[in-house]
Design a protein around this ligand. Structure first.
Ligand SMILES: *[C@@H]1O[C@H](CO)[C@@H](O)[C@H](O)[C@H]1NC(C)=O
Ligand SMILES: *[C@@H]1O[C@H](CO)[C@@H](O)[C@H](O)[C@H]1NC(C)=O
Ligand SMILES: *[C@@H]1O[C@H](CO)[C@@H](O)[C@H](O)[C@H]1NC(C)=O
Ligand SMILES: *[C@@H]1O[C@H](CO)[C@@H](O)[C@H](O)[C@H]1NC(C)=O
Ligand SMILES: *[C@@H]1O[C@H](CO)[C@@H](O)[C@H](O)[C@H]1NC(C)=O
Ligand SMILES: *[C@@H]1O[C@H](CO)[C@@H](O)[C@H](O)[C@H]1NC(C)=O
Ligand SMILES: *[C@@H]1O[C@H](CO)[C@@H](O)[C@H](O)[C@H]1NC(C)=O
Ligand SMILES: *[C@@H]1O[C@H](CO)[C@@H](O)[C@H](O)[C@H]1NC(C)=O
Ligand SMILES: *[C@@H]1O[C@H](CO)[C@@H](O)[C@H](O)[C@H]1NC(C)=O
Ligand SMILES: *[C@@H]1O[C@H](CO)[C@@H](O)[C@H](O)[C@H]1NC(C)=O
Ligand SMILES: *[C@@H]1O[C@H](CO)[C@@H](O)[C@H](O)[C@H]1NC(C)=O
Ligand SMILES: *[C@@H]1O[C@H](CO)[C@@H](O)[C@H](O)[C@H]1NC(C)=O
Length: 765
């Protein structure tokens, strides 16, 4: 068996680039470290491998890491406490009953049913009966239970799964159709780069099997580690994609196959063997990134003592010091990774550039596309400093595009995992100023929500609702969902009391609050909008001109669209009447969905839920309000175990999105909805994003579109010959950049973005 490392790949790649990129050191050292594996003390082996490296983000062979983490013994007491203490937060997951008992179409086309509460019971029983061999077996059972909900807002990553190691593979892949019409095949991305730049010495050959299994079967199965619900979208997220790469550390890197996004929490095995159609077989060693200091770690017990915060008395161990130091390092790395370059690899120069590459306005510099403007929106903002610049980018770009003679607009939401909810509303209002966004939402109705609502509403309504309130505590309470004065009811009128807002109403055997809609003219809107005023309201009431007719707008998706992106999409498609084009998908010609990520309309981090519950108790006491006798459920939110035992901030989807005029009560998350047209990715599209935009323009407005399923229009005859761009021109655009970006991502793979504590329409990668 020949082991190929990234060193070899980098050598292969450097054939194509005038500036060869230095091979990643981590994989060079893997060979030297082969002998370090000490099967009787796997964590000692990791420790010695760790200290043999000067790399700030050390890696070790995947199997060495797995052997080590598996040697951490289970603390059954803590496991049981954890299972007990996370249940109050699970109550907030709005889709619990639908996950257990989904509509038939969801079962047939999207995902299997999952009984989360029953699953927790089963894990608890297995802890009790001694069925788990160690922390990792337990942690990974818990992780996989929540992961099987396929809800990007619903996440709990136990320490054993995500605090010590992240896993990865050194070979990014793509799935591309040779000509946009033939069925797509899977290639190593480096082969596509090599053939794009036309200077590799062999003919790239598609991958036919991975680890001995049919390539499509293998990757469809692997794709299930991703956060999305839609299977075609999950499949796309396996691969290298320019839009994800453009987001740096807050995207899913080079795809879940290489350990991007939730792929980093999936063990890929010791090696990966790729078999190509030409008969060549290559085996690569998989790796683990080491996330904590292994100084002095000789055993699984040592690892537990230092990095597993079991909670309860006696837990005040030395580990806290180490954790602090590691957290600081991570934060510094995030800053480095977040300092994104002006133009992402594979993208042209922006006409109007937005903050952090979250949004950019482009034109397509090619004959036949002079009338097309592109608003690329891979994110809806998770960082306060970007909120106003984000809104201003659309505001500047649309009139400029019109002034420059553009009559058509492509909105590219590839890789868009969400962000600030009201930025989605605002962008819709900038495009359709005369429409009132519908946007129905509801919570799961349960006792803690009711008590927090009663308390907050009583407190908040005892002060005037004014933007001039000097006491921020009061304004913040008034701006939460739990003051009934926030939000409008289903007919866009005020709720009359908390009881009116709470309901509950019953669907699918569970209770839900009354439908609430964001009140866009609320005086406190800035507390929820990241500080922007919503277009069409208040100081922006003078924005009344619709820039493009709906027929001249099209949205293109890679399936990753989640959260706020789905809110925006629902408004654009249902109310705006805009068509949707879906890229990629599995190797077939079926119609596919455009929107493949979580369609829940708000996530809360569990830390925010904990603060809401504890604040409600304090407010009630301070105001001498008597909480109702059964107020004790709020006391279930005092344990910190769910946080100390988590590798990343745990979260829940707290609001369902619901379609206008739909009385079934089925959340949008459980509805299947095909795109108007499906296009395959071509090799060129993985190197040059404008190839995607041209294909989209052709499909929507041209006469020669390549929809493999559905039809996006062809209403407006372009009447211009399709122009073949030269490879030479594209080379200047892409040279070296994709590999540089890949390396930056490899380094930042482990890093988390930190969405605001209050949560928003944001799915963690
Ligand atoms: C491949 O192309 C690059 C960029 O044009 C060039 O610098 C390099 O010399 C070429 N390599 C070979 C082997 O042709
Ligand atoms: C690994 O072990 C083999 C055989 O025991 C030995 O020949 C080789 O030099 C060792 N490599 C390193 C890097 O220690
Ligand atoms: C493996 O580690 C254990 C514990 O540290 C040690 O006793 C043993 O000698 C090591 N074995 C080898 C081959 O290094
Ligand atoms: C196991 O966890 C409990 C807390 O649930 C803690 O008190 C105890 O010290 C832990 N045991 C070990 C061996 O760390
Ligand atoms: C077969 O294809 C693979 C993948 O493109 C390539 O690395 C290899 O060099 C090819 N082998 C031959 C003999 O052409
Ligand atoms: C499919 O993936 C699961 C994990 O999600 C894994 O346990 C299983 O072995 C995989 N099956 C195949 C056939 O690869
Ligand atoms: C704000 O109002 C709360 C509730 O009345 C009060 O407890 C707090 O002291 C006030 N803060 C300030 C800075 O006045
Ligand atoms: C919405 O609120 C208005 C005013 O409070 C009320 O008259 C109306 O009945 C409410 N609509 C629904 C469906 O509850
Ligand atoms: C729904 O609410 C009713 C009371 O309004 C309660 O009797 C019932 O148990 C609740 N159902 C669930 C699943 O919580
Ligand atoms: C709206 O009014 C503001 C000043 O209040 C002005 O800056 C802006 O250009 C106006 N926008 C439009 C579309 O009229
Ligand atoms: C819902 O029904 C109303 C009234 O019939 C109609 O104006 C609106 O367009 C419908 N909305 C959707 C999304 O179908
Ligand atoms: C609450 O009651 C205590 C005495 O029971 C009193 O001292 C305090 O002023 C009251 N606070 C409020 C906000 O009414």
């Amino acid at each position: 068996m020949r082991v190929t490392t990234l060193t070899a790949l980098a050598g292969l790649l450097s054939l194509g680039f005038s500036t060869p990129v230095a091979p990643a050191p981590k994989l060079q050292v893997l060979h030297a470290r082969q002998n370090a594996t000490n099967t009787t003390a796997p964590c000692a082996a990791v420790s010695s491998a760790y200290f043999n490296q000067v790399n700030p983000s050390p890696t070790v062979p995947a199997q060495m890491a797995m052997d080590c983490i598996k040697s951490v013994p289970l603390n059954a007491t803590s496991a049981k406490a954890l299972l007990h203490d996370i249940r109050p937060y699970i109550n907030w997951q709005s889709t619990i009953s639908y996950l257990k008992n989904p509509p038939a179409e969801y079962l047939a086309k999207i995902q299997q049913a999952v009984d989360i509460l029953g699953g927790l019971d089963a894990i608890e029983a297995k802890v009790t009966s001694g069925g788990y061999g160690g922390e990792y077996e337990f942690g990974s059972a818990l992780y996989q239970l929540i992961q099987s909900a396929h809800d990007g807002h619903f996440v709990f990553v136990p320490d054993s799964v995500g605090s010590i190691f992240n896993f990865g593979r050194p070979v990014p892949l793509v799935s591309v159709s040779e000509d946009g019409t033939k069925l797509p095949a899977v290639f190593a991305y480096t082969d596509v780069l090599g053939s794009h730049f036309k200077n590799i010495s062999y003919t790239p050959s598609p991958i036919v099997s991975i680890d001995g299994e049919d390539v499509n079967k293998y990757l469809e199965n692997w794709s299930q580690w991703g956060s999305l619900q839609d299977r075609d979208a999950l499949y796309n997220n396996v691969f290298y994609e320019l839009a994800q790469v453009s987001l740096g550390g807050s995207g899913t890197g080079t795809g879940t196959f290489t350990g991007g996004g939730r792929g980093r929490w999936a063990y890929p095995g010791p090696t990966t063997t790729l078999k190509f159609a030409n008969g060549t077989t290559n085996t690569f060693q998989n790796y683990a990134r080491v996330l904590v200091s292994f100084r002095g770690i000789q055993s699984g017990e040592d690892l537990a003592k230092n990095f597993f915060y079991y909670g309860a008395a006696g837990q005040a161990n030395l580990g806290n010091v180490n954790k602090q130091a590691v957290a600081t390092t991570t934060t510094a790395d995030v800053k480095v990774a977040a300092a994104t370059a002006s133009s992402p690899p594979g993208y042209p120069a922006a006409v109007v550039g937005g903050p952090q590459n979250l949004i950019n306005g482009y034109y397509i510099d090619a004959p036949g596309y002079e009338d097309v403007a592109v608003l690329s929106v891979p994110n809806f903002v998770g960082d306060a400093s970007a909120e106003i610049p984000f809104q201003q980018t659309t505001q500047k770009f649309l009139p400029k595009a019109l002034a420059d003679g553009k009559t058509k607009l492509i909105i590219d939401v590839s890789a868009n995992g969400g962000g600030t909810i009201l930025q989605g509303y605002d962008m819709f209002k900038q495009l359709f100023p005369s429409l009132l966004p519908y946007g129905a939402t509801r919570f799961r109705a349960h006792e803690a929500v009711n008590l927090i609502g009663e308390t907050t509403s009583a407190f908040a309504t005892s002060y005037p609702r004014t933007v001039n309130q000097p006491n921020a505590t009061i304004s913040e309470a008034q701006a939460t969902y739990f003051d009934y004065q926030t939000d409008a009811n289903i007919s866009y009128q005020p709720f009359t009391s908390w009881a009116d807002k709470y309901g509950p109403v019953t669907y699918n055997g569970d209770n839900f609050t009354s439908i609430a809609r964001w009140n866009l003219s609320d005086v406190l809107i800035q507390y929820n909008s990241g500080g922007i005023d919503i277009t069409g309201y208040g100081p922006r009431a003078n924005y009344t001109q619709q820039p493009f007719p709906a027929a001249n707008i099209v949205i293109v998706y890679d399936g990753y669209c989640a959260s706020t992106c789905t809110i925006f999409s629902e408004l654009m498609r249902q109310q705006g009447g805009v068509k949707a084009i879906a890229m990629g998908g599995r190797a077939n010609t079926n119609a596919i969905q455009a929107v493949g990520g979580v369609k829940g309309t708000n996530n809360y981090q569990w830390g925010y839920i904990q603060a809401l519950a504890q604040d409600a108790v304090l407010v009630a006491a301070a105001a001498n309000m008597t909480l109702r006798a059964n107020a004790s459920v709020l006391r279930d939110y005092y344990s910190d175990t769910p946080f100390t035992r988590a590798a990343t901030a745990p979260g829940a989807n707290v609001r369902d999105g619901l379609r206008q005029n739909d009385t079934s009560g089925v959340p949008l998350q459980f509805r299947y909805e095909e795109a108007d047209c499906r296009l395959f990715y071509t090799p060129e599209m993985t190197v040059d994003v404008t190839a995607i935009w041209k294909a989209v323009a052709d499909a929507r407005w041209g006469t020669d579109g390549k929809c493999v399923a559905g039809k996006a229009g062809g209403y407006v005859r372009r009447g211009v010959e399709e122009v073949t761009t030269s490879l030479g021109k594209r080379a200047a655009l892409g040279a070296a950049a994709p590999l540089g970006a890949m390396e930056a991502l490899e380094r930042s793979l482990a890093l988390e973005t930190e969405p605001r504590l209050v949560g928003d329409g944001f799915m963690m990668p």
